[in-house]
Ligand binder design. Structure first.
Ligand code: HEM
Length: 451
């Protein structure tokens, strides 16, 4: 038997047509997942140029922690030609400089240097200090709508709070949130063939230009935050190249915005459809809020998976992999594995021992998980307190057409009984918070809820 035939057999016994960008994938996700768990927890799919797909919890666990996998994206063909974490590799904008996806598309030790620089700003203790800030932004968002009885939870809340907070962490003026929010969101759900894609690319270029200018400005006049931390990063005594810093900043925006929006929107939609569970969660939040947050993360898996390249011939989870092959780790499918999560297709707000995969695992595990959890919880609590009888309008809810990259939502309109405003609107609130942030630097900012 030739080497070629051996390779074919390796793949043919595990053949599964896996097309996660197809519109039918989303409604059939549970059936496809069950089938893959039953027949091939690691499958070979000919889609996207051919790649492995890991769907079982044990297999994803072992693969994600293996040193034989690479995240590297060799955009200039200087190393081993690997294609990073997107499967398929996304098209490049020919008019924009080629940037890899920050340290998510790097391997150690380079990747670790970036994480070490950012970690102090993203630890649980650092993020807890921002809770009054988050409450104030959520309050202002809801005040913009509270007397109308109608809100779009995506446009009016879940898009705004993560964006404003990410900018605050970075050291970017808060009022610029809309420059960043629209492209970060639309880039995910607008396919290249869409008539809207030119407009979205233009918005993304404007965002990139603002990001680069702000980075240079902070280098000139430092103010603490994630951008300053990256400006001060040294690898072998040298500053990181600007192009890699821009990649890292784009990654923080990409990681910080749409994922948290997706989690919040899906959870609010589910809570609207399950009034008894909503009442239980709102009423017993001290007991249930943490476990419910983890369960929503598990069930909706906002970032459904990530790609890798096999960096050395190896056998993992019983499969012989060859150097250079592509692999997709499905966090979403691992999250539905019945051998780890009893009754996996049911939302159980009190689920215990919920060791979900939604933030990934291994050396690239989400560095923003404390941000995500806190931002989500503060938005949810604000809605419970101010709009307790909210009811989402199912006909107006718009989910992303495909869930290939983010399991997100474009719109989630809802009605509720109008209530009184509690403070100024969003712009005025952001101006007040900006002053507090500026005054309180250089310490990791602590803001007052009454500002
Ligand atoms: C619900 C919200 C979020 C989800 C579901 C999520 C999910 C993930 C996942 C699955 C990974 C691992 C990717 C891989 O291994 O290939 C990851 C990495 C990352 N996330 Fe998040 N994320 C969320 C929020 C955030 C936030 C708020 C930030 C920033 C403030 C952030 C920044 C990052 C960064 C920078 C990485 C790359 C880490 C590395 O490569 O070392 N994420 N995220």
């Amino acid at each position: 038997m030739s080497a070629e035939e051996v390779i074919d057999e390796r793949k043919s016994v595990r053949q599964f047509e896996f097309e996660r960008h197809a519109p039918e994938y989303r409604p059939n996700f549970e059936a496809i997942t069950r089938e893959m768990h039953r027949t091939c927890p690691v499958a070979w799919s000919d889609t996207y140029g051919g790649h492995w797909v890991a769907a079982g919890n044990r297999e994803v666990f072992d693969l994600a922690r293996s040193p034989h996998l690479s995240n590297d994206r060799d955009v200039h063909g200087e190393r081993r030609g690997y294609e990073g974490v997107y499967v398929p590799t996304p098209p490049m904008n020919p008019k924009a400089p080629v940037v890899r996806g920050g340290f998510l598309e790097m391997d150690p030790p380079e990747q670790q240097a970036y994480r070490q620089a950012l970690n102090p700003y993203l630890s649980p203790a650092a993020i807890n200090r921002w809770i009054p800030f988050l409450d104030e932004v959520a309050r202002a968002c809801l005040d913009e709508k509270i007397d109308t009885g109608r809100i779009d939870f995506v446009d009016d809340l879940a898009n705004i709070v993560p964006a404003v907070f990410t900018l605050a962490l970075m050291g970017i003026p808060l009022r610029k949130w809309s420059v960043y929010c629209e492209p970060a969101h639309a880039l995910i759900y607008t396919p290249p063939a869409s008539p809207d894609s030119k407009r979205v690319w233009r918005a993304a270029m404007a965002m990139g230009a603002d990001l680069y200018t702000t980075m240079l400005e902070i280098r000139e006049t430092p103010r603490p935050g994630l951008i300053d931390a990256l400006n001060n990063l040294r690898i072998d005594g040298q500053p990181a190249p600007d192009i890699e810093l821009v990649g890292a900043l784009n990654l923080i925006i990409g990681g910080g915005f749409d994922t948290t929006t997706a989690l919040t929107a899906h959870s609010l939609e589910w809570l609207s459809e399950h009034p008894a569970e909503r009442a239980a969660l709102s009423g017993d939040r001290e007991v249930l809020l943490d476990s419910a947050t983890e369960e929503f993360l598990r069930y909706f898996t906002p970032a459904p998976g990530d790609g890798r390249t096999i960096a050395a011939d190896c056998t993992i989870a019983g499969v012989d992999f060859r150097e250079g092959e592509r692999l997709w780790l499905s966090w979403a499918m691992a999250n539905r594995d019945p051998s780890l999560f009893p009754d996996p297709d049911t939302v159980d707000l009190g689920r215990r021992g919920n060791r979900h995969f939604s933030f990934g695992l291994g050396i690239h595990r989400c560095i923003g998980s404390n941000v995500a959890r806190n931002v989500f919880k503060r938005m949810l609590l604000a809605v419970f307190d101010r709009m307790p009888d909210f009811h989402c309008d199912a006909a107006g809810a718009v989910h992303y057409d495909t869930v290939g990259v983010i399991n997100g939502m474009k719109h989630l309109p809802a009605d509720f009984t109008p209530g009184p405003r509690l403070g100024p609107g969003l712009d005025e609130t952001l101006d007040a918070l900006q002053t507090v942030c500026d005054e309180q630097r250089p310490a990791a900012p602590v803001v007052r809820s009454d500002s």
